[in-house]
Design a binder for this molecule. Structure first.
Ligand code: FAD
Length: 538
């Protein structure tokens, strides 16, 4: 017999497994030594009132075994001799596309410019400690893509685009905690993600798929309006190589500027797309906890508190949204540039979210008007603005043509709003260090002024947010792709180039790990459908 339970409990009863089990059995008038199995379905914190409560939905199985936790099963097939499809990029979109192709009986070959997760660690240490950015292996490029050394938040608003539960189950089947199936705001954490990604690679290889690291796609093999394969380079000393496939899933992420240029140069249609830019804001996590939980500290059971802020501003007669983005409770700010001479910040957190800092992107919508000075760049205008601001940020932090620097420009929040350069900066989680600057010299007015208005508004909503106990760290410029690679809505094929499947965040069809993963699966489904229908002369 299955009893469905919906209870609201204080955190110490909801988050402690033994205490929750006892509570669940009691509420069903069952003895606490019963053999019943208690399984949570969903849990979420409600911090709206003075008393913090956790809502938990659970199933209690009395006298019967619960069904398997996961519907998903790792593919037990051998596709090594099956027809092969190319996947460019080993981010979430590429990895999930590969696993799905295997299920559909097609051999995936993943081509990834960066290194595997282990070798990537060295490149990240070089950015943080020595300020050296390897343009092929960094926080955005390498096995697992931007999703590996990321925050690992797994919630998405794109629930209509695919099966979120299935994506979470695939993560669990590859070593992620099963708590992500239950939490309203699931999170893996940057310390756990590399192993999960390596396990996914192992599944691909065991089933006969291929993964080639340090292999960059430098050209496309196009015949009329059909793609036959790609040309790769495995380094300056290696001969370029042709790789052919029954289709190409292009999942290169929003930072692969060379791919956008390549497509444009090869007359493959791309278009500009709305995006946003700004800064990261960092406070003490305790300040955010106090505000959200209305108590001096969060205690032993509550997770580090997060926030989400949004407002509308008006500058030079133009309305602009200002909003928090990718908030990382108990996290770190990291240097996420992909080229030397540029500076980009982003955020991540470990699974326990136990750093003393809270950071979040705080970004401003970019309008067509802002891109006018870059009109000559056509659909690459947003990319040009982004790149120019990243170079300014690098210089503002002390970088020069000859000196590589990842020291980030920074200003305390109240000083920024009042237009004062900060005499001193606060301690920070950003490892390469900070330089005190006037952020109005780093950000153009169409970002700085709406940001200032937005901060005034956020200061009214959250006490302590607008104060010199927080600081702005620049710049957060890679929130989403400034370019879209257009594709047919139903088949996911590029609007002109047959058998090319633009995929994931870089193509403009995802914004985050889960939505990129779902899009990877979708493109794999469509590629397989086309192949099995014998379409396009296959
Ligand atoms: P990507 O992950 O960008 O992967 C693209 C891959 O393509 C890369 O590995 C790249 O090396 C490869 N590639 C590029 N060009 C070539 C080429 N020419 N040849 C071969 N390979 C190529 N999202 C969340 O949902 N939650 C979070 O908490 C979160 N935190 C983040 C924290 C950080 C620090 C960063 C940087 C990002 C974070 N994101 C987060 C965003 C998330 O990582 C991306 O949305 C997601 O990874 C996009 O997936 P993708 O597969 O489309 O592209």
């Amino acid at each position: 017999m299955i009893h469905q339970l919906s209870v609201t409990l204080p955190p110490e009863l909801a988050y402690d497994d033994a205490a929750f089990r006892e509570q669940a059995l009691r509420s069903l008038h069952l003895p606490t030594d019963s053999t019943a199995v208690v399984r949570k379905r969903r849990q979420s914190v409600d911090a709206r009132g003075r008393q913090i409560r956790v809502h938990v939905d659970a199933d209690v199985f009395v006298g019967e075994q619960p069904p398997a936790l996961l519907q998903y099963k790792k593919p037990q097939v051998d596709v090594s001799r099956a027809p092969q499809a190319i996947i460019v990029g080993a981010g979430p979109a590429g990895m999930f596309a590969a696993l799905r192709l295997i299920e559909l009986g097609i051999k995936p070959i993943i081509l990834e410019r960066g290194s595997d997760v282990r070798a990537r660690r060295r490149d990240l240490a070089a950015i943080n400690k020595d300020h050296i950015v390897n343009p092929e292996s960094n926080y955005c490029f390498g096995e697992g893509g931007a999703g590996t050394y990321s925050d690992g938040k797994l919630y998405t608003r794109s629930t209509k685009r695919g099966d979120v539960r299935r994506i979470l189950e695939i993560f669990v089947a590859h070593g992620a905690t099963d708590e992500i199936l239950v939490d309203a705001h699931p999170h893996i954490g940057t310390n756990k993600l590399p192993q999960v990604v390596a396990d996914m690679r192992a599944s691909i290889l065991e089933a006969g798929g291929e993964v080639r690291f340090n292999t960059k796609v430098i050209d496309l093999i196009l015949e009329k309006k059909e793609i036959r394969g790609v040309i790769t380079s495995a380094g300056p000393d290696a001969q370029p190589e042709e790789v052919a496939g029954i289709g190409v899933i292009l999942a290169t992420g929003h930072s692969a500027r060379d791919i956008f240029h390549l497509l444009h140069d090869r007359n493959v249609t791309i278009e500009a797309k709305p995006f946003a830019m700004g800064v990261r804001i960092e406070h003490q996590q305790s300040l955010i906890d106090q505000f959200q939980y209305h108590r001096p500290d969060r205690g032993d059971y509550l997770p580090a508190a997060s926030y989400s802020l949004v407002t509308q501003t008006r500058f030079n007669g133009v309305e602009r949204g200002v909003f928090s983005f990718c908030m990382c409770p108990g996290g770190f700010i990291v240097p996420a540039a992909t080229s030397p001479g540029e500076l980009v910040v982003n955020g991540m957190s470990p699974s326990r979210r136990d750093s003393k800092y809270a950071n979040s992107g705080l970004v401003v919508a970019i309008t067509d008007n802002d891109l006018r000075p870059y009109a000559d760049e056509g659909p690459l205008a947003g990319l040009a603005l982004q790149q120019e601001l990243e170079r300014w940020a690098c210089r503002a932090g002390g970088g020069t043509d000859t000196l590589s620097s990842q020291t980030a420009p920074a200003q305390r929040v109240a000083d920024f709003v009042d237009g004062r350069i900060s005499d001193t900066l606060l301690p920070t989680s950003y490892q390469p260090g900070l330089a005190s600057v006037d952020m109005y010299d780093v950000l153009p007015d169409h970002i700085a002024q709406p940001l200032r208005q937005g901060l005034r508004d956020f200061g009214k909503k959250m006490r302590g947010y607008l104060s010199n106990d927080g600081q702005l760290i620049g710049i957060e410029s890679r929130t989403s792709s400034p370019v879209r690679i257009p594709r047919h809505r139903d088949t996911c094929e590029h609007v002109e180039v047959q058998r090319l499947f633009p995929c994931g965040e870089g193509a403009g069809y995802a914004g985050g790990i889960v939505s990129a993963a779902m899009d990877g699966e979708r493109c794999a489904d469509e590629l397989a459908k086309l192949y099995k229908a014998g379409g396009r002369g296959l």
